[in-house]
Design a protein around this ligand. Structure first.
Ligand SMILES: NC(=O)c1ccc[n+]([C@@H]2O[C@H](COP(=O)([O-])OP(=O)(O)OC[C@H]3O[C@@H](n4cnc5c(N)ncnc54)[C@H](OP(=O)(O)O)[C@@H]3O)[C@@H](O)[C@H]2O)c1
Length: 280
C-alpha cells in the first residue's frame, strides 16, 4: 500500500528535500507551499501540490479537505515543517511580531495536527512529525521569539504524545541543529521588515547580526549539515515500528541536548553567550 504524507513548507530547504526523497521512495506526497508560484513549480516537478499557508485557518481546512477527497478520507502522516526565524532582543519584540512567529511556528502546526487526528483515529494509525529546532531545547540571545515558539511546539507535542499513548498514532519531534537552507536569508528579510525599522539599545549587536546573516550563503555555522540529515530521521520516524519521541540532527544539536540535561543554567548561559558572540 502506498503511504500518504502531507508536508508543509515545500518551497525550499528541508520541506522540499523531504518531498523529493519521499516521492522517490514511493510515498504519495502532498507537497504544500504558501505561494501559488511555488505550488506551480512543485506540480511541474511531479508533485500533488496545494496552497497551504499555516497562518490561515481557511487555507489549512481547504487543503486538508482537498487532500482527503483524493485519498478516500485517509492520511498516513503529517510533517509539520513550515517555519521561520524571528530574531531580535526580547525588549524590541512587539506583541504583533511575537504573534506572527507563533502563528507560523505553533498555532498553524497545532491546528493542522488537530485537524488530521480524527482521520488518524478513525483509520487506527498515523505518524505526526514536528520540525522543531535545537533552539526548542536550549535558548540563545536574540532568538527569544523563535526560542519561545519552538519550546511551545515541543510542549504541545510532548503532551500530545502522552495523550496518544496506547494508540498506533505516534508523535515525533525532530530538533535540527544548523542546516544548509534558505532559513538565514529568510530570517534576515523578516528582521529587516520588523526589528531593523526601530531604534534600539541593541543597535551595535544588530549590525553584527545583520552582517552575519548576510554572509550566511557563503559562511554557515560550524558543522552545518544538509537537509538530507533531517530527512533520514524523518524516514525513521515514519517507518520504524518504534519511532523515537525525539530526534536531534547533527553534532551540535546532539551536544546541546546533552548539555541541557547535564549543565546548570548558569553554565548553559555562559556557553550560549560565547556562541552568540560569534554572531553579534
Ligand atoms: N535551517 C536550519 O538551520 C534549521 C534549524 C532548526 C530548525 N529548522 C526548522 O526547519 C523548518 C524548515 O526550515 P528550513 O531550514 O528548510 O528553511 P527555509 O528554506 O526557509 O524553509 C522554510 C519553509 O517554510 C515555509 N513557510 C514559512 N512561513 C510559512 C507559512 N506561513 N505557511 C506555509 N509555509 C511557510 C517557507 O515558505 P516561503 O518560501 O513561502 O517563505 C519555506 O517553504 C522550520 O520550521 C525551521 O524552524 C531549521
Amino acid at each position: 500500500m502506498q503511504k500518504s504524507i502531507l508536508i508543509t513548507g515545500c518551497s525550499s530547504g528541508i520541506g522540499l528535500s523531504a518531498a523529493n526523497t519521499l516521492q522517490k521512495k514511493g510515498y504519495r506526497v502532498f507537497a504544500t507551499a504558501r505561494k501559488e508560484e511555488d505550488v506551480q513549480k512543485l506540480k511541474e516537478a511531479g508533485f500533488e501540490s496545494y496552497l497551504l499557508n499555516v497562518n490561515d485557518s481557511l487555507s489549512i481546512k481547504n487543503t486538508v479537505a482537498a487532500i482527503l477527497e483524493k485519498t478516500d478520507g485517509t492520511l498516513d502522516a503529517l510533517f509539520n515543517n513550515a517555519g521561520f526565524g524571528q530574531t531580535g532582543a526580547i525588549e524590541d519584540l512587539t506583541r504583533d511580531v511575537i504573534r506572527e512567529q507563533f502563528e507560523t511556528n505553533v498555532f498553524g502546526p497545532i491546528e493542522l495536527t488537530t485537524l488530521v487526528l480524527p482521520i488518524m483515529r478513525r483509520q487506527g494509525y498515523g505518524r505526526i512529525i514536528q520540525n522543531s529546532s535545537i533552539l526548542g531545547i536550549v535558548a540563545m540571545p536574540y532568538y527569544g521569539a523563535y526560542n519561545a515558539s519552538k519550546f511551545a511546539l515541543e510542549g504541545f507535542s510532548n503532551t500530545l504524545r502522552q495523550e496518544l499513548r496506547g494508540t498506533q498514532i505516534f508523535v515525533s519531534i525532530i530538533s535540527p541543529g544548523p542546516i544548509k537552507t534558505q532559513f538565514r536569508e529568510n530570517a534576515l528579510a523578516v528582521y529587516k521588515k520588523t526589528i531593523s525599522q526601530h531604534p534600539s539599545v541593541h543597535q551595535e549587536k544588530y549590525e553584527n547580526l545583520e552582517h552575519y546573516f548576510s554572509s550566511a550563503r557563503e559562511k554557515h555555522p560550524p558543522m552545518t549539515v544538509t537537509p538530507d540529515a533531517v530527512v533520514k530521521q524523518l524516514i525513521h520516524a515514519l517507518e520504524s515500528p518504534k519511532p523515537k519521541a525525539h530526534y536531534y540532527t547533527g553534532i551540535p544539536a546532539n551536544i546541546f541536548a546533552w548539555m541541557r540535561r547535564l549543565l546548570p543554567d548558569s553554565a548553559l548561559d555562559w556557553v550560549f553567550s560565547k556562541i552568540s558572540s560569534s554572531e553579534v
